[in-house]
Design a protein around this ligand. Structure first.
Ligand code: NAD
Length: 331
């Protein structure tokens, strides 16, 4: 937020309906890359996540918060999952809102719609990992998953790296047309494949709600980068534990990776230790070399952290204020 234009007595509101106009994929990418770097440098940290079944409408509700001292961003995302929204109200089932606070005074600064923001910040995370960990000559992108979030991951990945072909597999094959449409829109050929054909991919994004491993070690070539994005809860799993154990593993946040991320299974099986997992931000900061060979398999365990939401929300508020489109309410 531009301090020159905003005062301690004003609250900026950017409603959900304005997010698409205010947030570009480029600004989401930059915000996520910067905040991952700040986390690895020790300048930003996430608070413990709260997630509760509230015993009403079968909803799961919670908070993800954090403080980025370097960026001056303090706040939380509140929201969760209301499984009956679509059928009962015509609303999407995931609902969230971001609140930002002035770290100097504690005054509330902004309220930002969090639904599209979440999809774009998640897409930015796998793209940041591709930028920093995939081989520069990677040409074939493999997609596992074809639901709502998969289309965002695919579009952002195609914008980030010069992939020349997309291959896709999904548990529900009828959904693959979602991927085909995005690839066509981005002018990149798409092919639906069987799982073993993932061996042809140079980079793979997994984005499913699976509770059992889909991608196995025998499906992956040496030198591949894998962004595991679907596993964000205890029990979910997309990739076999031995595949992770044989790879160099990076995460947005190690604590989440070992508890709710893809690494939880390899850790539980004793195949990986938390000290084997590196922060992606340390590669961005050049404190870790990242990929050091064309044969190495790299994995990014993207669990989704509150600071991603806050960083992207802060960039939306900046864009809304500087373009004069923010709703400002006196407080
Ligand atoms: P969605 O319901 O639109 O799509 C679900 C996907 O999972 C589809 O491709 C579906 O075919 C597949 N699937 C369902 N059951 C499966 C099974 N048994 N085995 C294999 N695949 C199966 O959901 P979405 O919004 O696309 O979200 C996908 C996943 O990403 C969810 O697990 C969600 O929690 C997670 N997510 C993670 C982050 C993050 O920051 N890491 C952010 C948003 C969503």
């Amino acid at each position: 937020m531009d301090g020159a234009q905003m005062t301690q007595h004003e609250l900026v509101i950017v409603p959900e309906g304005m997010i698409a106009d205010m947030l570009t994929r480029k600004s989401a990418f930059d915000a996520v890359e910067n905040v991952f770097a700040a986390m690895a440098a020790g300048d930003a940290y996430n608070f413990p996540v709260v997630r509760e079944a509230i015993g009403h409408e079968d909803a799961l509700y919670g908070f993800k918060g954090g403080f980025d001292r370097a960026g001056g961003v303090l706040g939380l995302k509140a929201g969760g999952y209301w499984p009956h929204n679509l059928e009962r109200r015509g609303l999407i089932n995931h609902q969230s809102t971001v609140f930002l606070f002035d770290p100097d005074s504690g005054r509330v600064k902004a309220m930002v719609g969090g639904n599209l923001l979440t999809a774009l910040r998640t897409a930015a995370a796998s793209s940041v990992s591709i930028r920093h960990l995939a081989r520069k000559d990677a040409r074939v992108l493999g997609m596992i998953g074809a639901g709502h979030q998969a289309t965002f991951q695919l579009r952002a990945a195609l914008e980030t790296h010069g992939f020349e072909k997309v291959i896709g597999w999904n548990y529900h094959p009828e959904m693959l047309s979602n991927l085909a449409s995005v690839a066509e829109e981005m002018d990149v050929p798409f092919e639906a494949v069987d799982l073993p054909d993932m061996i042809r991919a140079d980079a793979i994004i997994t984005i499913t709600s699976s509770f059992a491993p889909t991608l196995l070690a025998e499906h992956v070539s040496p030198g591949t980068h894998i962004a595991c994005m679907g596993t964000d809860t205890t029990g979910k799993q997309e990739v076999s534990a031995d595949l992770l154990a044989g790879a160099t593993v990076f995460a947005d946040e190690v604590a989440q990776s070992v508890s709710i991320g893809e690494a939880q299974h390899a850790i539980k099986d004793g195949l990986l230790a938390d000290t084997d997992i590196h922060q992606l931000g340390s590669v961005i900061n050049s404190a870790h070399p990242g990929r050091i060979s064309d044969e190495q398999i790299t994995v990014f365990d993207g669990t989704g952290v509150g600071l991603q939401d806050l960083a992207v929300a802060a960039s939306i508020v900046d864009a809304a204020v500087s373009s004069g489109q923010a709703t400002v309410v006196p407080i």
